[in-house]
Ligand binder design. Structure first.
Ligand code: SF4
Length: 268
């Protein structure tokens, strides 16, 4: 594929209708547009199959008539036709997820215009503030993960042409910097913050996240999501979650606890 085409296209993993499982719109019927490629390595990641951009992979388009396969690389117009094909009836809000969607900023910038008046939400690890600043104005809602540096493995660059060149955070001080920058961007927008909470982390690991939120984006709703247990990573004790909620309330944050609904309901 020519590089000019790659720059406005993104590798699509799947498009499907489901129920939003996280954040401010949990429970809403949406269509999900999942982009492949993520250089980060959250130790509790539930979509590790989204990390690589495999040239041989195709996109799964889950229409009401059944799943179809198409060449993965798509421009915003093609992706919008797949969204329409996946909607069971009325048009739905579209959540762009990953992977890390910020790896494909030109695609993101072109997408909302193709979606004909639908609300378009962005789910992001919030690790690339320069890119978020560029694309945020075209989205109706930003759903930002605030990461604990302790939860992150080594960065693995995505080795394909056209991918975002903004460096990914690697050190705890990098993560502090990007967190503060993305919160300053989100403070002026329709957005929410999410923190995945796992066991075996001290309260002191979470407090810098809460304090930055209170200082930089105090009106942003905060959703604490206990990790769904998986290999080597356990959910936090209920008492720890309650203590964390109280720490957030002490800072006057608008905090809620929501489990990953799609895991609870066994839906995609
Ligand atoms: S940012 Fe998302 S896709 Fe990437 S490793 Fe973390 S949870 Fe997985």
């Amino acid at each position: 594929m020519a590089s000019t085409s790659i720059s406005t296209s993104a590798p699509i993993m799947e498009v499907f209708a489901s129920i939003q499982g996280e954040g401010a719109f949990a429970g809403e019927a949406q269509v999900f547009l999942r982009l492949a490629g993520c250089p980060l390595r959250c130790e509790w990641c539930d979509t590790p199959h989204s990390w690589s951009v495999d040239e041989g992979r195709s996109a799964r388009i889950a229409t009401p008539e059944g799943s179809k396969r198409h060449s993965a690389w798509a421009n915003p117009f093609q992706a919008a036709t797949w969204v329409a094909a996946c909607e069971p009836r009325e048009a739905r809000t579209v959540s762009v997820t990953g992977g890390e969607p910020l790896m494909w900023p030109e695609f993101l910038l072109g997408l909302p215009d193709m979606l004909a008046g639908r609300r378009v939400h962005l789910e992001t690890a919030a690790a690339h503030p320069e890119t978020l600043r560029r694309v945020a104005p075209v989205f109706d809602h930003l759903s930002l993960d605030l990461k604990l540096p302790e939860d992150m493995g080594d960065v693995v660059p995505i080795g394909v042409g056209g991918v975002n060149a903004e460096p990914s955070p690697r050190t705890p001080s990098d993560w502090t910097r990007v967190r503060r920058e993305v919160l300053a961007i989100a403070a002026e927008r329709d957005a929410c913050a999410k923190i995945v909470v796992r066991s075996a982390r001290p309260m002191s690991a979470y407090l810098p996240l809460l304090e930055d939120l209170e200082r930089l984006a105090p009106t942003l709703p905060l959703y604490l999501t206990p990790v769904s247990p998986m290999a080597g990573v356990a959910a936090p004790e209920p008492e720890f979650l309650e203590d964390l909620v109280e720490e957030a309330r002490d800072l006057h944050l608008d905090v809620r606890v929501i489990p990953q609904l799609h895991r609870v309901l066994s839906i995609p």
